[in-house]
Design a protein around this ligand. Structure first.
Ligand code: DAT
Ligand code: MG
Length: 139
C-alpha cells in the first residue's frame, strides 16, 4: 500500500545540522522524497497542525518551540511509509526512544517543558492527508 507522509525536521534538528542525517536515514530505508521546503511556521499553521493537542499542558511550549527557528517540511512516499517513518523516528521521549532510531540515537532530554525530539511524522493515513494539505496545499 503506497502512502505519503508528512515529515518535519523540527527547529532543534535544523539548528543542530541534522537535516541531512534525517533525510539520509529515510532515503536509505527506501522511501522517496516528493517535496521539500525550508520554512518558518506561523501560529496559524501550527494551530492547524497540532489541533489535536490544543489545551494540553505542553501545547504552548510546543508552539513556541516550533516557532523558534525554521523547520524543514517534507513529503515522503513509499510502501507503508507512515508506520515506517514513525518506526525510524522512535518514541516521542528521546531518552526512552530505542537506539537505532532518529530520536534514540540523536535526540537529547534537556529537561524542558516540551520534548525537542528532532522530527515529526504523521501517525495515520487521515492525519497524513490532513497535514500534507496544511504544509503543501498544492500537492
Ligand atoms: P509524536 O511527535 O511522537 O507524534 P505527539 O503527537 O503525542 O508525539 O506530541 C506532539 C509533540 O508534543 C511531541 O513530538 C513532543 C510534544 N510532547 C508530546 N507529549 C509530551 C509530553 N508529555 N511532555 C512534553 N512534550 C510532549
Ligand atoms: Mg503526533
Amino acid at each position: 500500500m503506497t502512502q505519503r507522509t508528512l515529515v518535519l525536521v523540527k527547529p532543534d534538528g535544523v539548528r543542530r545540522g541534522l537535516t541531512g542525517e534525517v533525510i539520509r536515514r529515510v532515503e536509505a530505508k527506501g522511501y522517496s522524497l516528493v517535496s521539500l521546503e525550508l520554512r518558518t511556521a506561523t501560529r496559524e499553521l501550527l494551530a492547524a497542525h497540532y489541533a489535536e493537542h490544543e489545551g494540553k499542558p505542553f501545547y504552548e511550549p510546543l508552539v513556541e518551540f516550533m516557532l523558534s527557528g525554521p523547520v524543514v517540511a517534507m513529503v515522503f512516499e513509499g510502501e507503508r511509509v507512515i508506520e515506517g517513518f514513525r518506526s525510524l523516528a522512535g518514541a516521542t521521549d528521546p531518552t526512552a526512544a530505542a537506539p537505532g532510531t532518529i530520536r534514540g540515537d540523536l535526540g537529547r532530554d534537556w529537561g524542558l517543558a516540551v520534548q525537542q525530539n528532532l522530527v515529526h511524522g504523521s501517525d495515520a493515513p487521515e492525519s497524513a492527508e490532513r497535514e500534507i494539505g496544511i504544509w503543501f496545499p498544492s500537492l
